[in-house]
Ligand binder design. Structure first.
Ligand code: 5RP
Length: 227
């Protein structure tokens, strides 16, 4: 008898659990944000006595970690982390990612930069040949949103202000998000560097400088490790 195909939720659970193998026991782990990371946090709770705690990339992840009894440290109170575990909206074959679908990109990049190793956890639908089909999230200072929208338009991109309940979404940092479609990202490193220095851009959701060293990819056949 053939079994039913795994759902995307089951694939996320699978990869969330697989990430435990990358957690360094006795240390503080960097924790990302999103539905895949939520599965990781649930798995992390089963070994909470074997870690010191976590540095979190969002209010949502902090609340989930604390509810499960995992101590959350201020990023400024700890040094370099051995590992950061987070999801992605897209990941290419070189570990470059688009992130920020959950609006947590700025803190995600901060914790990633504080960590020696980025382990990306994703289901196979996130794997792409080239970045850019997923709209690129960009966290911006609200007063710069219109000018940044015009700067993207000059590059062929259509930027749309992200809304929540009919009003501009406000990030954990009190800023807004533009989602940019139609961009051709042939050189993710150069793209990230360029957009990062536009006045009013807080963070661009291309993670090429803070790329993943390892990608755990959940497939119906099991979890593949790409590095
Ligand atoms: C949040 C992120 C997430 O990692 C990304 O959106 C993937 O989320 P999910 O695991 O829910 O698909 O960057 O800002």
């Amino acid at each position: 008898m053939s079994s039913a195909p795994m759902t995307q939720d089951e694939l996320k659970t699978l990869v969330g659990r697989a990430a435990l193998a990358h957690v360094v026991r006795g240390e503080i782990v960097g924790v990302g944000t999103g539905s895949t990371v939520n599965k990781f946090i649930d798995a992390l709770a089963t070994i909470k006595d074997q870690i010191r705690g976590a540095v979190s990339s969002s209010v949502a992840s902090t609340e989930r970690l604390q509810a499960l009894g995992i101590e959350v440290f201020d990023s400024n109170a700890v040094g370099e982390l051995s590992v950061y575990i987070d999801g992605a909206d897209e990941i290419d074959g070189r570990g470059h990612m688009i992130k920020g679908g959950g609006a947590a990109l700025t803190r995600e990049k901060i914790v990633a930069a504080q960590s020696r190793r980025f382990v990306c956890i994703a289901d196979a639908s996130k794997q792409v040949q080239a970045l850019g089909a997923f709209p690129v999230p960009v966290e911006v200072i609200p007063m710069a949103a219109q000018r940044i929208t015009r700067q993207f338009a000059a590059q062929g991109g259509q930027a749309v202000l992200r809304l929540k309940d009919g009003a501009p979404l406000v990030t954990d940092n009190g800023q807004h998000i533009l989602d940019v479609r139609g961009l051709k990202i042939t050189d993710p490193l150069a793209f990230e560097s360029e957009v990062n220095q536009w006045p009013g851009v807080v963070t661009v959701g291309v993670f090429a400088h803070q790329k993943a060293q390892v990608c755990l990819l959940a497939t119906p056949q099991g979890v593949q490790t790409l590095q």
